[in-house]
Design a protein around this ligand. Structure first.
Ligand SMILES: CC(C)(COP(=O)(O)OP(=O)(O)OC[C@H]1O[C@@H](n2cnc3c(N)ncnc32)[C@H](O)[C@@H]1OP(=O)(O)O)[C@@H](O)C(=O)NCCC(=O)NCCS
Length: 350
């Protein structure tokens, strides 16, 4: 790689390849004709494995050098995110992975079965089928009849182009722009830019009390911790921690705070249509950190979230933290004039 600053550690490159929904396989036939295919691949042991018909173009490429590749676009970065005048800084943030190797047929039935089982585990993790083994009557003949081929992962490189060539000041400005734009993928881009540029100062919208980091797009694993933190709160007595965690994963706006070890210490979420209505739920700070300003930072971030900030009416209900929300302009609904028509508020309880 020409610029080592973009290099991903091999285990991260391997994860990117394993998580890819499909990969590109580039090789040649014996007479030199180029071959380019998009394939399902299974990363298993130290190899990526594919399957196909025993005759046809793919079978001609066995024993030939190849490249297996995948990339994902993280965000388009317009030039003005970095420079108010020049067009040159326009770029794309992306992550990519490449494996160079030789296509080799797998002939051992047990290994074929193991690789195809790995493919099913990746594409159909919920199961719902008889496990693939070489001697099972459902699979024995099928395994004999398919071509399984692999490329070892010995020569794997990953690239993460996430602003490492920018100054800290440029990256802070760039993250502010991503937060303001708020397009799909922009919040993930902010999280990835921070992870890949740890020396960059915290952008003002993510400012947090000492020892705490705010997340504008919390990792899905944190939802379980949110479920545990919130399960004992008075409004959640009918909800299991798993249901609370699922609600966080299903919320279009969720912000969180983590401590130096990455443990969740605060959370706030909203459901929203991005335009007419949003509803704030499950605002909570770990008891040991209460009174230090974290609750205000979480609510500020949530109300400024791209999915919430343009919403006309934001609702919430709370037993006793009205003072916290009053500072943002929330008022008691009883003081708001009713609409000029009669109506019945209805609810479907399940
Ligand atoms: C409410 C909660 C999120 C506040 O978090 P926090 O980190 O302690 O709050 P902060 O330190 O940022 O400050 C909270 C501000 O709101 C005010 N406030 C009003 N009612 C409050 C209440 N019941 N609890 C905490 N703060 C309250 C505080 O006085 C403070 O104002 P100040 O800065 O003028 O002194 C936290 O106490 C908590 O998790 N409580 C249990 C869960 C809960 O009740 N959530 C709200 C229901 S939606």
């Amino acid at each position: 790689m020409r610029k080592p600053m973009y290099a991903m550690p091999p285990d991260a490159a391997r994860r990117l390849l394993a998580d890819a929904p499909a990969v590109h396989l580039c090789t040649t036939t014996p007479d030199g004709a180029p071959v380019f295919r998009t394939l399902n691949g299974a990363v298993c042991d130290d190899t990526i494995a594919f399957h196909g018909a025993p005759v046809g173009e793919k079978s001609l490429t066995l024993g030939r050098p190849c490249v297996v590749a995948w990339d994902e676009t993280i965000a388009q970065i317009p030039s003005y995110f970095v420079d108010p005048e020049r067009a040159c800084p326009a770029t794309t943030f992306y992550r990519s992975v490449q494996v160079h190797g030789v296509l080799t047929e797998v002939t051992d039935p047990a290994r074929k079965a193991r690789l195809m089982a790995a493919l099913m585990a990746a594409r159909q993790p919920e199961g719902g089928h008889v496990p693939i083994t070489a001697d099972h009557p459902l699979y024995r003949k099928a395994l004999e009849g398919i071509l399984v081929f692999e490329v070892p992962l010995a020569d794997i490189t990953g690239k993460a182009k996430l602003g490492q060539n920018r100054t800290p000041a440029q990256l802070v400005r760039l993250m502010e722009h991503l937060w303001r734009r708020g397009d799909p993928g922009d919040l993930r881009a902010i999280e990835l830019v921070r992870a890949h540029n740890p020396e960059v100062p915290t952008p003002p919208f993510l400012a947090a009390p000492a020892g705490v980091t705010l997340r504008c797009l919390p990792a899905p694993e944190l939802a379980v911790q949110a479920g545990a933190l919130l399960a004992t709160e008075y409004w959640n007595t009918e909800m299991s921690p798993a249901a609370i965690a699922a609600a966080h994963l299903g919320s279009p706006a969720w912000v969180a705070a983590v401590d130096a070890h990455g443990a969740l210490v605060g959370t706030a979420r909203a459901i929203t249509d991005r335009s007419k209505r949003a509803w704030v739920y499950d605002v909570c700070v770990a008891p040991a950190l209460r009174g230090g300003g974290l609750g205000k930072r979480l609510v500020t971030l949530l109300l400024d979230h791209p999915a919430v900030r343009a919403v006309r009416t934001v609702w919430l209900a709370t037993r006793d933290a009205q003072g916290l929300y009053a500072r943002y302009g929330f008022v008691d609904c009883a003081t708001v004039p009713p609409p000029p028509y009669t109506r019945t508020e209805m609810v479907l309880r399940r």
